[in-house]
Design a protein around this ligand. Sequence first.
Ligand SMILES: NC(=O)C1=CN([C@@H]2O[C@H](COP(=O)(O)OP(=O)(O)OC[C@H]3O[C@@H](n4cnc5c(N)ncnc54)[C@H](OP(=O)(O)O)[C@@H]3O)[C@@H](O)[C@H]2O)C=CC1
Ligand SMILES: O=C(O)[C@@H]1CCC=N1
Length: 273
Amino acid sequence: MSSSQSAGRTAIIGAGVMGETLLSGLVRSGRRVDALLVGEKRHERATELEERYGVAVVSNLDAATRADTVALVVKPQDMGEVLAEIAPVLRPGQLLVSLAAGITTAFIESHVPDGVAVVRVMPNTPALVDEGMAAVSPGSHCSEAQLAEAESLMASVGRVVRIPERQQDAVTAISGSGPAYIFFVVESMIEAGVHLGLPRSTASELVIQTLVGSGKMLQETGTHPTVLREQVTSPGGTTASALRELEVHKVRAAFLAAMEAARDRSRQLAEGS
Ligand SMILES: NC(=O)C1=CN([C@@H]2O[C@H](COP(=O)(O)OP(=O)(O)OC[C@H]3O[C@@H](n4cnc5c(N)ncnc54)[C@H](OP(=O)(O)O)[C@@H]3O)[C@@H](O)[C@H]2O)C=CC1
Ligand SMILES: O=C(O)[C@@H]1CCC=N1
């Protein structure tokens, strides 16, 4: 990703898996470390982040006071508590970028002073290798420049699309949780290889390169996945036998049910459960 410099200071509150992924991407993309802050209360974790990135780790209040843009990367269940903590120091013109599943911009806006802009983002973990997919939606009073700032934050770790907020729960189910489904398929294929008698290391190499090659074909040829699948499926051959078993075991229906469940869980998280 290209190097990007924000106009102001950016804070990340919630430096777990996704928060650290964003932090590392911002550092890799060339953001000045002295323009970054992390809000973290656990001393051990703060030391770890300071040593790893050279970033200042401060209290949430300090982070929210000193930053122009605050990325909220805590669990949805912790969002109300964090907003209550930082609301007293937030001021009009600041930008809050929430990466939390389910949490709506309306919920955040109702917990912060008028004039604080909000953008909702759904990222995913391939951001760790600058191949993230993020979908962004502006809140009710977010300027074009503030939306562009949120996009630039996420563009430092991958691709970004703008979507209407009503699509965010579906996006969460598809690309937010998506890497987990892919890793699940990879795990299952490696195990199958072992069942078929391959050494685990061989099975892993075969499956991972098959995944990478297939992904590249999809991206570089732009050919529809159905056509690519048909190209592999020789009449009366091995692939047709395998695909029939996947249909018999209702794998396609299982994917639909799984993603509906993820979307529904995202909606529930919005209600605080
Ligand atoms: N993981 C993923 O693939 C994705 C995650 N997200 C979203 O990102 C958010 C974080 O998820 P994830 O990184 O997986 O979860 P983690 O549990 O790894 O990270 C959450 C972090 O928030 C910290 N935290 C909790 N309470 C506070 C607080 N009051 N002040 C400051 N920090 C606090 C936690 O610290 P401690 O451990 O000390 O409690 C932890 O480091 C969620 O809202 C999730 O929906 C979105 C897309 C993808
Ligand atoms: O599992 C979750 O709730 C988060 C949101 C999307 C991916 N991980």
